[in-house]
Design a protein around this ligand. Structure first.
Ligand SMILES: O=C(O)CCC(=O)C(=O)O
Length: 291
């Protein structure tokens, strides 16, 4: 597939916002037809073994069950259907459309501008779908805690395929949290429970730290995109809408100087077999996406 350009350039103000706040929302920067073309591949991913029903996983986790019960009451009260949160990772390895989207869409060029990096590599992609009536929140977490990476130039792009609002599960970002170098433990994603055998501090529950942090989220539409630093702490609510799906693709990239570093307890990836601790990333494990 030929490389597709962004519909506009990233401004210097947007780059500065990313580095100051740890997240930036880039409005109308992706061709809408390109974003819509991922609808079918997402449906295929959802029925494949590459995605997991995190709603079912949450039922098995004590704190997830507690969180679910709270939202459950709202969902039942509104008469909304019981939705599901389905998520998967590394679809680019299985579906050509995801590989093209990660490598040939405008994302790598946009990320090169934001990270001010000469080279950009693909680390992973995710499909994140919250159907109407999904109770499960996405717990506060830091992406870097899951990544087998060492470096400052690492970020996540979040691409919505639907109109997304706070009610349907817009991602919520803790402003400036990327400036804190604390090493946090990865958690079970739909719960605040840390993954077993991992090291570091527990991620604070910012919902109970009223007034201590500024949390922002963005109402977005197809064509918009958010980019957050891999150290930025973020979360998302369930999807309380009765009718509106919340489909998104996350693509995670690295910039110059990023090295491989195994994180104890975080799932490893078979395609990282050619990398050893301290290595710069290579094409086999993390393909070059830009230039
Ligand atoms: O879509 C969500 O609910 C969470 C997204 C997220 O945590 C990410 O893409 O890093």
């Amino acid at each position: 597939m030929e490389r597709i350009s962004p519909t506009r350039s990233v401004t210097q103000e947007e780059v500065a916002t990313f580095w100051r706040e740890g997240v930036v929302c880039l409005r109308s920067i992706l061709p809408v037809e390109l974003v819509e073309s991922m609808a079918k591949p997402i449906e295929e991913a959802l029925v494949s073994s590459a995605t997991t029903d995190l709603s079912e996983m949450a039922d098995a986790l004590e704190s997830g069950a507690v969180a679910a019960r709270n939202v459950d009451e709202l969902v039942v009260a509104s008469g909304a259907p019981r939705g599901h949160f389905k998520a998967g990772t590394d679809h680019w390895l299985l579906q050509q459309e995801f590989r093209d989207f990660a490598l040939c869409s405008p994302l790598p060029e946009i990320v090169a501008s934001i990270l001010r990096s000469d080279e950009i590599r693909l680390y992973e992609d995710s499909v994140l779908v919250k159907e109407p009536g999904t109770q499960e929140k996405t717990g506060f977490h830091q992406d870097m805690s899951y990544f087998h990476l060492d470096g400052d130039l690492v970020c996540t792009t979040w691409v919505p395929l639907d109109n997304v609002t706070a009610e349907t599960g817009a991602v919520r970002f803790v402003v400036g949290s990327h400036l804190d170098n604390t090493k946090y433990r990865p958690n079970m994603f739909v719960s605040d429970l840390a993954m077993p055998d991992t090291e570091g501090a527990e991620v604070p529950d910012y919902d109970v730290m009223v007034g201590e942090a500024r949390i922002i989220s963005f109402d977005t539409s197809p064509g918009d995109l958010t980019v957050h630093h891999a150290r930025t702490i973020h979360a998302a609510s369930g999807n309380l809408s009765r009718t509106q799906r919340r489909r998104a693709i996350s693509v995670r990239y690295t910039g110059d100087g990023t090295r491989f570093k195994l994180v104890a307890g975080s799932p490893t990836k078979e395609h990282h077999a050619s990398l050893s601790e301290g290595d710069f990333l290579n094409d086999e494990s993390c393909p070059l996406a830009w230039p």
